[in-house]
Design a protein around this ligand. Sequence first.
Ligand code: UGA
Length: 439
Amino acid sequence: MRVTMIGTGYVGLVSGACFADFGHDVVCVDKDKSKIEKLENGEIPIFEPGLEALVAENVKAGRLSFSLDLAASAPEAHAIFIAVGTPSRRGDGFADLSYVYKAAEEVAEHMNGYTVVVTKSTVPVGTGGEVESIIRRARPDADFSVVSNPEFLREGAAIEDFKRPDRVVVGAEDERAKKVMRELYRPLFLNETPIVFTNRATSELIKYAANAFLATKITFINEMADLCENVGANVQEVARGIGLDGRIGPKFLHAGPGYGGSCFPKDTLALVRTAQSHEAPTKIVEAVVAINDERKRKMADRVIAACGGSLENKTIAVLGLTFKPNTDDMRDSPSLDIVPALQTAGANIRAFDPAGVNEAKELLRDIEYCEGPYETLDGADAVVLITEWDEFRALDLERVKSLLKSPVMVDLRNIYNPAEMAERGLEYHSIGRPASKKA
Ligand code: UGA
């Protein structure tokens, strides 16, 4: 099938490359000239493991190309995907749909013959209907269907998530559109991936409900972690103890500094606003949003307490800045709250991140950026671990101890064992587990 993908962000680029890998002819279109030029030169504008090779293979096979011009591919396309950004609207937190609606207008201008227009961007309930009206108004005689097909891939595991998803959700209102969608996802049908066919509004809501539920799960375990600290319990064991119950499940029960990223913060807020405006407020999600915001702001207090109550003239080594490992994405990362709060408390900051430093430099000022973890620790008063990159999981603890002025580690991701840290002579503070003093 011939596919046009509008938008070459995470979702657009990964979906485009994976559809090409399924054997379809895909053209990815973007207005950003420098992005398209980079892609045409084989450069990938985002950090995503495996994506460069996947794009290169499919370009070489002639199934994947990039273009600035929607008019060149849209008239021939069987399906046109809208995968543009839906950021939080400044001021009110509603999803900003201006890019989606602009794309719909352009699709109306260029499509030809029966076309399935698919919204892959995360869009609030009713957006598919509005896309349909925009196209219908511009082209009353056009032959098309509008389908919702939300994407559930995670940054850092995007290709695997796209190609081996837990499920595919398709919100389609007619049989013709369903047939096209079935054909597009044929390799997944053959793998027996569950494909949930439903109506458009339900499909749109499934995406928000999924992200809000996961954000709620994380927030729940974060609150349990706080309680564990006050009663001498261990949150990892609580997570295991409840997660083994098949009704609860073990995933997304890692306590930490609060969720971040380009999706959960914006989507939970958008769901709250949609629900309020439809007079069915989601009080649980409202609480999740407030608790998570506060949690991120309060994380720095743990570092201050671990350093004896004051950071005046102290140097703090920060390991990890991105919102999670295997991405260079800094959007809504807990580090954006934690680092400035440490600076306000008087600390000098040295920091290292394996992929996020370029983005971080735009957002976090007055920091000494280092080349690796050990350089960062050299002469610092304490280390705080914000992102659980693999390369921080097996640090040489003797070296850590000898580099730090005092052997204090605040681990906001629980990647070390408190008893072992005590044995090694480190004062170790983590989340939801008893702190360990050096032996
Ligand atoms: C999330 C969803 O997991 C994807 O299914 C969805 O497609 C995507 O949003 C989206 O809507 O586009 P992503 O933002 O890439 O994916 O990252 P996650 O792996 O879900 O992590 C989000 C945040 O939650 C991170 O800050 C992470 O550190 C935090 N988290 C996650 C925890 O604190 N604890 C956990 O147990 C899991």
